[in-house]
Design a protein around this ligand. Sequence first.
Ligand code: ADP
Ligand code: MG
Length: 269
Amino acid sequence: MSPLLSVENLEIRTAGRALVSGASFAIAAGERVGLIGESGSGKSLTALAVLGLLPETVRVSGSVRLDGREVVGARDRDLVALRGRSVAAVFQEPMTALDPLMRIGGQVGEVVRRRSLRDGMRLARAEVEARVLELLQRVSLPEPERIARAYPHEISGGQRQRAAIAMALACRPKLLIADEPTTALDVTTQAEILGLLERLVRDEGMGLLFISHDLPVVAAVAGRALVMRGGELIEQGPVGMLFDRPAHPYTQGLVAAARAFDDALEAAL
Ligand SMILES: Nc1ncnc2c1ncn2[C@@H]1O[C@H](COP(=O)(O)OP(=O)(O)O)[C@@H](O)[C@H]1O
Ligand SMILES: [Mg+2]
């Protein structure tokens, strides 16, 4: 069976330089894969290439096959259908997904409505509202009725990220891309959102591409990881193997740093 996502020789360039060069990897249906690398290494551009959302200012070549369709060079209307059904994304800053002028319930409801139209179903208003409350509950938002009536600025950052996750879930995607979804949150909220994502992806059997600069965070949600540096995928393999036998000096550095942090934490306790 062909994988859910297959990226081959992905190359993203500006006039002056290569931002991502020759990246190849695949994600099987239901598989959870991490993408690790320092800031500026090309992780977000890789994610945007999978979503077909790269800025017009860059040139892209190679192949991104998602759910049986080629994304590179695809027409906008085909990409819209793909994004409504095959792939959804959660970003670092939840406000990128949310409209500041619309109540949370209305925004999640809009996705629910569009997704059922794609399945050929026109839901009644009450059905949409019921589904919205169910989704807000699934992402463990307290008092879903109140949150549904709130505007984004009336809830906390962690709650906004949960609402953004609810919108992604409403698409029932085969692949969820989470690009540093916890980086902007405080440590406690980070851990909660991470646990939530891990549980939801597992329950729904979704594939996951989880992006982070933090190796231990990736290890918590992904079975396999890709390591990116300077626009190149320098190493990939099962997370356990990367920890035990990192091949590339950069990965060795990441593992050493993670272990040193662990040891310091233990010594302090
Ligand atoms: N629209 C763009 N035009 C030109 N360069 C860009 C653009 N977007 C990102 N870059 C550059 O490409 C590199 C990779 O960026 P990005 O994928 O956002 O890194 P990461 O997500 O790993 O931090 C960086 O050097 C960044 O400055
Ligand atoms: Mg990024």
